[in-house]
Design a protein around this ligand. Structure first.
Ligand code: G3P
Length: 216
């Protein structure tokens, strides 16, 4: 499973990139708002200088024509920009056009395997299942990821990759990897939690204390 970072925070992206384990970045309007900026272009260009892999940038238009126009502009910001388009009828129309132009679409806000299947049929490079938000409603978000993977496996002609998104805690990452999902997009705080284990800290302390006791 590849790990993408789900943030628009440049410092966090730099820190995570230095670990050598990040394959891409996903952003959305809420993540930009969290950074108190509406300058999507500058932020995206900064991210694309740090990360070689796919960087998802969301459209704000709601009609297909507007989405297509916006996507073409945003895709020109850097060669690794992907366009996040919500799964709606207009989103599907826009995705079918853009995928034929070789603009990679990340079909976002998918909450069912059917929505993800439609995104794949429209030619989306990625479909993002919002696991945490599904869990919030009492549904099993990871089951939707699993169902989507099974469906896409049945149709090898569809080469869409599935992203487990709206990841809230390290157990989501473990469970995502157990499904065999292609990618999990993870907030920086969760990535830091994944690194840590109290027994690792205890172990390091003990090794150093033992070493100190024999080396003068
Ligand atoms: O990747 C989608 C993500 O940013 C949404 O996460 O925690 O707002 O549901 P969340």
């Amino acid at each position: 499973m590849q790990i993408f970072l789900d943030t628009a925070n440049i410092e966090n992206i730099k820190q995570a990139a230095s670990l050598g384990i990040i394959s891409g970045v996903t952003t959305n309007p809420s993540l930009l708002a969290k950074e108190k900026t509406s300058d999507y272009e500058t932020v995206t260009k900064k991210i694309c200088k740090i990360i070689d892999g796919p960087v998802s940038v969301e459209v704000l238009s709601e009609d297909a024509e507007g989405m297509i126009k916006e996507a073409r502009i945003k895709a020109a910001w850097a060669p690794n920009v992907n366009i996040k388009i919500p799964i709606t009828a207009d989103g599907l129309r826009a995705t079918s056009v853009l995928s034929k132009e070789k603009i990679k679409v990340n079909m976002t806000l998918c909450f069912s395997a059917n929505q993800a299947l439609l995104g794949a049929l429209a030619g989306a490079a990625y479909v993002s299942i919002f696991v945490g938000r599904l869990d919030d409603t009492g549904q099993d978000g990871m089951q939707v990821v699993e169902d989507t993977l099974t469906i896409l496996d049945n149709y090898p002609d569809l080469d869409t990759e599935v992203i487990a998104a709206s990841i809230r805690h390290p157990l989501h990452c473990t469970n995502a990897a157990l499904t065999g999902v292609h990618i999990a997009t993870v907030p920086y705080s969760v990535l830091m939690q994944m690194i840590q284990h109290p027994m690792t800290d205890v172990g390091i302390k003990k090794f150093l204390a033992d070493w100190k006791s024999v080396s003068k």
